[in-house]
Each structure stands twice: as C-alpha cells, then as structure tokens.
Design a binder for this molecule. Structure first.
Ligand code: FAD
Length: 421
C-alpha cells in the first residue's frame, strides 16, 4: 500500500520544484536522487557512502534555498511560503535534513536580526548563519526564570560603549558549539519586569563566558549551563533599543514556536530507515525485529494511519502559520502547532516502543535502528518543556485565542527589584 498526500502544484510551483530538484542534482552525489526515486536502498547507501554531512549545511545555506523567506539581499530568495513548503517536501523526499546544524541561527536568530537589527548587524551576522560558519544558541532561560522568562536576573550594566554582563543561564542548547548567543539581560531593575530588559548578541568566546555541558537521560549532552562573569559586550552588539528586549525576545520566541511546530514530519521513520514507501519501511522494520505478526495487527495499523492523518493536519497548520507570519499577522497556529507537535511526537515514539516489543528496551549491539528509536523516545520527553511548556502555551491559547480571562499576574506592574524572590 502506498500512501500519497500530494496536492497538485500550480505551473509556477512546478517550475520552482523542478529548479530546486535540478539544483539538488548538481550538489548531491551521483545516483542519490535516482536511488530514492527508484526506492533502491542499496543504491542509496552506495550513493551516500563517504558523503560529508558537514558540507551540506553551508551548501544549502549559501544557495538561498536554506531560508527561502529571507530577503534576497540577505541570502534568501525573497520567496513565498509555498517555496518554503516545496523545499521542505523535496528535502524530506530526498532524505536530507530540513534545516541542518544551525537550527537556532536560521530559525530564531536570523529572523530576529532581520526584524530588529541594524544594517551593519545584518551584514555582520546573517551570511555566516546561513553558511553555518557561526552557530548560534539561545541564552534566555535561567535557574529562576523559565516559564516566567520576563523575571530573569542576568544583569547588564552600561560602561561607556560597552555593557558588563553578570549572571547564569541554563538549558542552553548547543552552547558548547556556538559562536554567538541571543542574550536577554536586565538593564533596569527599577521598572516592571517586562520593561527593564535589553537584547544582545553575546560573543561566546569573550573572556568571562563559561559553558558547562549537562548530561541528559539520552546519554548525550545537548544543553549546558552558561556562566557570565564580567563579560564585556560592545554596545554595537545590542539588538533593538535599550529596554525593548522583551519585544525583541518575543520575535525570537514566536519564531521558535513556528520552528518547533513544523519539524519531525516523517511519521513512520521511527519504525525503520526512511523509505520511499513508508508502509514498506514499517513492515520491513517489523520483519527485522523478527516479529512479523505485528504487520497485520489492525489496531497498530490504525494507529499508524492516525499518525499520518495528524502529520498532514500539522503540516497544513504550520503552512497557515507561516503565511500569517509572512503577512505580518502572526496567529495562534505557532502555539497550537507547538503543543500538538510535542504531544504527537511523544505518542508516536511510545507507539513505536510498544510495537517493538522486547526490542524496545533491549537490543543487539549494532542494531542502530533500535537504538535510535529508544533515543528518540527518551528525547521526546523534552518536547513538552522546550520552547515553552505545554501548560504555558495552553494558557496563552486560552487567553489570546479563546478570549478567556488572563491568568493572575500579581507582579506585572511592580518594579522588578521589589518582587520577592
Ligand atoms: C531540551 C531542552 C532544551 C532547551 N533549550 C533551551 C535553550 O536553548 N535556550 C533557553 O533559553 N532555554 C532552553 N530550554 C528551556 C525551556 O525554555 C524551559 O525549560 C521552559 O521554558 C520551562 O521553564 P523551566 O524549566 O524553568 O520550568 P518552570 O517555569 O519552573 O516550570 C515548571 C513547571 O511548572 C509549570 N508552570 C510554570 N508556570 C506556570 C503557570 N503560570 N501556569 C501553569 N503552569 C506553570 C510548567 O508548565 C512546568 O510544568 C530548553 C529546555 C529543554 C527541555
């Protein structure tokens, strides 16, 4: 059984798709696309053998296809949302990563700098984000400020043309590899918490920045603690006006939600390697597990079909969110999509682990499919926390979309320095 969900392209869209495919053919190893089109996994493995993944991000980044919505003069295509959609579909089809290594740079920092940065900042940072020469991380959360981000305590004090930063961030994903950090710091403690914040780009190699990796239950150390002690930040690295950091940070957060709501789009890859026919992939992986009976289990088949349907609804919602964002009218889709995607991801990996039976908890050394399934299952626990917890996002949806009364905020108009903590 082959499942197909393609909507027919207009002639303009078909032309763009052809152009993108032609470009892919130029940059990918010989035989790669033919092998995927033919569903020939052995040929695909041969084409991929020796391919350097590290070279992929700069290649797509410098082509404009890595950020089709960014203005042409800033490295994008000045494109429409359907172009983003088509590039994503083709990348998925040809088993290529959607964004690559600089997810936070391309997805969060770039759009923030485009919207709030100066021309000098745009030319300083954007090209190197796309080419992946400079990886970015997000220095927002602190031990005492996660959901209540506006309550953060890292201080930046002006000293001539520089700011002196002291404080601690936590949960900072890929800080150990980052060259720059999107930093929100308190520049005025004597005004209400949302008003006293300023947004900076922090040079992660500056003296006084210390990054300490944290090991998580998957075994990897994806995020870090970051300590800043008397770090000097030139004023030219301030993004937006002094005291306007909350507004700038909201652009980052909105883009974070949109980024996190549209990823992980292949609902069956967790059952085995990605194949052109997902059902075949799923059945094969059950066969590899030596549990061929499950392939005809009607309940499991129904669950997988449900994941397919939800994946389509998710993608359509992400598409709508992007259109609204591009039109300058961001709607609730980013938050709704983020909540849904997080829970969907957790459900699908739970289903995958259940379907794998004993292989879901123990596997033969070298069974990389089983190992990555368990890794993904464990990693998915973070999905309902990272980028805003599901509880907080549900409150936002209740207030901003459904028009329910606002959550009680006793400290909203109190100077930050007077809030008990
Ligand atoms: C894998 C991962 C990667 C991350 N990467 C980054 C990163 O790169 N940069 C960064 O800055 N941050 C990052 N974060 C941090 C993330 O944004 C925070 O964990 C998140 O905002 C929650 O904050 P907290 O952990 O302080 O929890 P808290 O805010 O202390 O919340 C604890 C619990 O209380 C609930 N809660 C809190 N307030 C309310 C309320 N008003 N109403 C209802 N329930 C409430 C929460 O939903 C949660 O269940 C990452 C987190 C994870 C898990």
């Amino acid at each position: 059984m082959t499942v197909q969900f393609e909507i027919e392209d207009s002639s303009e869209q078909a032309q763009f798709r052809d152009e993108f495919r032609a470009w892919l053919r130029e940059v990918l190893p010989t035989g790669w696309m033919e092998a995927v089109d033919a569903g020939d996994d052995d040929a695909f493995a041969r084409a991929k053998d020796g391919w350097n993944f590290m070279s992929w991000t700069p290649t797509i980044g410098r082509s404009g296809y890595g950020a089709p919505l960014w203005p042409k003069e800033l490295g994008g295509l000045s494109g429409e949302v359907w172009m983003l959609q088509i590039t994503r579909e083709e990348l998925r089809r040809y088993r290529l990563p959607l964004i690559g290594l600089n997810l936070l740079g391309v997805g969060l920092a770039g759009p923030t700098i485009i919207e709030h940065g100066t021309d000098a900042q745009r030319s300083r940072w954007l090209a190197k984000i796309l080419s992946c020469e400079e990886i970015w991380c997000q220095l927002f959360s602190e031990p005492g400020a996660g959901s209540d981000l506006a309550g953060l305590g890292t201080r930046a004090v002006r000293d001539g043309d520089e700011w002196v930063v002291n404080g601690q961030k936590v949960w900072t994903t890929i800080a150990q590899f980052a060259r720059w950090g999107m930093l929100v710091a308190r520049t005025d403690p004597n005004v209400p918490k949302h008003d006293g914040l300023t947004y900076f780009a922090l040079d992660m190699r500056a003296p006084g920045v210390e990054v300490r990796p944290l090991r998580q239950m998957t075994g990897s150390a994806e995020f870090n603690e970051v300590y800043m002690t008397d770090v000097r930040v030139p004023d030219e690295n301030r993004i937006g006006a002094v005291g306007d950091g909350w507004r700038v940070a909201r652009t980052t957060l909105m883009n974070e939600r949109a980024t996190l709501s549209g990823l992980s789009l292949d609902p069956v890859s967790m059952f085995g390697g990605q194949r052109s026919d997902p059902w075949q992939s799923y059945l094969d992986s059950l066969g590899r597990d030596g549990d061929s009976g499950l392939g005809s289990d009607p309940v499991l088949r129904q669950q997988i079909t449900q994941f397919f349907i939800e994946a389509q609804a998710k993608e359509a919602t992400a598409f709508r969110a992007n259109i609204a964002r591009q039109a300058g009218q961001p709607g609730p889709e980013g938050s709704v999509g983020k909540v849904f995607n997080a829970e969907w991801n957790q459900r699908r990996f739970s289903t995958a682990i259940n379907a794998a039976g004993a292989n879901g908890i123990a596997w033969h050394a070298g069974d990389t499919a089983a190992e990555s399934r368990v890794q993904s299952f464990l990693r998915a626990r973070a999905n309902t926390i990272e980028g805003g917890t599901s509880e907080i996002l549900r409150s936002q949806i209740a207030e901003r979309v459904l028009g329910l009364p606002r959550d009680v905020e006793v400290d909203r108009d109190v100077p930050w320095s007077e809030i008990p903590r």
